[in-house]
Design a protein around this ligand. Sequence first.
Ligand code: BF8
Ligand code: SF4
Length: 647
Amino acid sequence: MAKEEKAVDAAAKAMLERIEEKGLPTAWQRAQAQSPHCRFGTLGLCCRLCFLGPCRISPGEKGAKAGVCGADAATIAARNFLRMVAGGASAHSDHGRAVAEIFLQAARGEVSGYQVKDTHKLKMVAAVLGVETEGKDIKDIAIEVGERALAEFGKQEGEQLFATRAPETRQKVWHALGIYPRGVDREIVEAMHRTSMGVDQDARSLMRQASRCALADGWGGSMIATELQDVLFGTPIPLRGEVNLGVLKEDQVNILVHGHEPILSEMIALASQDEELIKAAEKLGAKGINVAGICCTANELLMRHGIPIAGNMKMQELAVATGVVDAMIVDVQCIMQGLGQICDAFHTKFITTSPRAHITGAEHIEFEEDKPLETAKRIVWAGIENFPNRAKEEVFIPDLTSDLVAGFSHETVNYILGGRFRGSYVPLNDNIVNGRIRGVAGVVGCTNLKAPEGASQHTDLVKELISRDVLVVETGCAAIECGKAGLLVPEAKDLAGPGLREVCEAVGMPPVLHAGSCVDNSRILIALTEMVHTGGLGEDISDLPVAGACLEWMHEKAISIGQYFVASGVFTVFGIGSPVAGSEELMEIICKEFEEELGGMWAFEPDPLKMAEMMCAHIERKRDALGINVERERKLYDMEDRRKLSV
Ligand code: BF8
Ligand code: SF4
C-alpha cells in the first residue's frame, strides 16, 4: 500500500488506540454512548420551540401527527431546517463581520500587523461594492471598502451587493421567487422570528426563507470573509504543503491552531517567526517553533503560507495524544469541549482566544484585536514555556504525512488555465464542451463520526469522480481527508480518466483542486459564475454540468452551504442522512420541487460510489441538455491544443 493511502487512517487509528489504552474519553466513545441517536431528532420531527411542548411527531402509522399547536411533520421539519440554516449562516457571517471589522481598523491604521496585500483584488472588490477607485489612494479605497462591507451585515434596506456578481439569469430567479438576499443579520433574525411559535407554518414558505438566508451566507457573509481575507492576507496561489499527524515535530515547540478565523492564525504564524521567541524556545531546548493547523484554520494557513495541516475535525483529540502539542490554540467553530480532557491528560495547554468562545477549564488569553501581534506573541510564549513540561515517555508521533498542493483560488484557476496575462476560463469550458472533462464536482464539508470507521469514504467518492473525467474542487475537512490520501498532487492525474488526465498533464495541475476553507465555498460560486460568463455552457449556473457533494456533513454550516448551492442552481448530494427525512412532504419539496423553482435540488445518499453515480448522471443530463454530448472522435493533444493550454 502506498504511504499516502495508508496515511488516510493509519495515523488516526494508532492514536485512537493509544488514547483508549489510557482509558481517556474520546468522541468515538461518546458517539457510541449516544447510539442509537434519538429517532425523532434524527428525522427532524422533534419540536422544542415553545413550552407547550416539547412535541414530537411519530413517523410511523401510529402516534401523534401534530404538535400541541397543530404543527405537522412538514412544518416542524422545515422550521428545524431553517434554524439550522440560520445557525450556519450566523457562524460564517459572524466570521465575515470580524474580518470586515479588522479590515476597516487596519485600513484606518488603527491596528498594526495587518495591511492590504492584494491591491488588485481590493479594486475588484471596490467595484462590486460601488466604491470609486479612480485617482484615489489605496488607503482611502480600503477604508471605503471596509465601511461598505461591514454595512452589508446590518443594513436595513437594499440587497446584498456581492449577490450582484451572480449571473443575471440567476438573479432574476431570486427576484421572481422573492428570495434575493438582503442584510445578512436581517435574514438570520427573520429566520429566527418565522420559526418561533405561531408564525410561519407553511413548509414551502419556510423553505423560501431558508434559501434567502442561505444566499445571504454564500453570496454575503462567507463571500465577504473570503474576499476581504484575500485582500488582507493575500489571494492564495498554488503551493506545496504537508498533511497528517507526522507534521508535528518531536524536537520543536508545537503550536496547534484550531478553528476558523485567519485574523488569529495569521498573527500566530507571524509571531512564531519572531526571533526573540525562537531564541527563547531554543534556550528551553527546542530546535524551533512549529505551527500546524486543525480544521479550516489549517486550510487558511495552508492556502496562503504552506503551513502544514495536522488533521481535520475528527482528529483534534488525536493530535493532542501525540504528547508533543505544547499549546492547542482555538478560536471559534468545530472545537469539541471534550478536547479539554485530553489536553489535561497530557501536558498540552488548551487556550481559548475568542470573546465569543470560552470553554470551561481552558485558559483564556483573549485575542486583543487592537494589539494582534502582541497578543499572538503572548499566546505563542505560553506554548514555548510549556515545552519543558512534556513527558518524554508520552511522546508518540505517527510517522505519516502526505504531500499536497493547495491554493486554488478562483483567480489562480483563471491564471493557470488561461495564462497570467490572459486569465480566462475558456480552456476549462472548451474542455468541458469537447468532453475531455465531463463536468465539475464540488466536494466539501465535514468528517462525521457516524461514517463507517476505517473506510476511506471521501477518497472513494473523489477517485470515482476523477476516474470518470470529472474535475473535483474541494474545501473544508473533505479536502484534508483527500490530501491525506495523496489526491491533491499533480501525480494523482494517474487516477483520473484519460480526458481529465490529458488536461492535468498539459496544465500541470492536480485533478482535485484544494480551494480552501468552508467560507471559501464562495470561491466555487464565483468560479461557477465565471463558467457561465465565459460562454458555451448555458445562461445560468443551473445549466452547467456540475454537481455538489458533502459526504459526511455534521455542522449547521454544511446545511447552509448546501442550501445556498441548491438555491444557486446546483444539484447537491449529502451523505450521512437527511435532517428532514421524517417528512415525506418536505423531502419531496427539497429533492424534487426545488429543481423546478431553483434549478438545483437536494439528494441524500450515504454510499460514496452511489453518490458519484448520481452526480455523474446529473452531469450527463446537463450535457445532454446543452447539446454537447455528441460523439466526438477522441484524439491526443496536438501542438495547437497544447499551445492553447500552456501558460
Ligand atoms: O467550517 S468542514 S467539520 S472545520 S464545518 Fe467544521 Fe465541517 Fe470541518 Fe470548517 Ni466546515
Ligand atoms: Fe409543540 Fe407547536 Fe410548541 Fe413546537 S411550537 S413545541 S409543535 S406546541
